[in-house]
Design a protein around this ligand. Sequence first.
Ligand code: S3P
Length: 174
Amino acid sequence: MAKNIVLLGFMGTGKSIVGRRLAVELKYRFIDTDHFIEKRTQRRIPDIFAEDGETVFRDLEAQAVLEVAAWSGYVIATGGGVPLNKANVEALQGNGILVTLTARPDAILRRVQRRAGQRPLLNNPDPLGEIVKLLSQRESAYRCADIQVDTSDIPVEKSVNLIIDQIKPRLGAS
Ligand code: S3P
């Protein structure tokens, strides 16, 4: 059974776009935990945050992670807060190779601004300051991965190739 490739990282580091392309290259299937939650609940993530709060969202997220972590042969793009919960990381490690995507705060801001309103945690008068603050709070959680790729200044294809080069030996061993 093929191990999953799990993409972790802050909002705007490219998990979804890189993940989709990676799945095509590897002939894996693709799932994004945020889309999974939206499909399941028939609600948008910003609405869940606004109407029920972050704790309810984190519970839905943990359920989604448990479910998709049990699949095989998937590239799994995770929401930026997934590694904050140790149980999520343990479940994903069970059958997955973990890859953290990173990016500089200015690159993150540029990318998230293209889809304004989609990231409730960055609905803030100082989004760059909020990004820097959250990144420093989360730095150690993102370090749980086997592999790290900085996507700040490289095109999607290059990130995909860097990931493939690094996971190849591990895929062979699985
Ligand atoms: C979050 C990241 C979002 C989404 C939610 C919370 C976070 O996903 O899960 O808004 O805590 O960093 P993306 O990383 O795909 O934007």
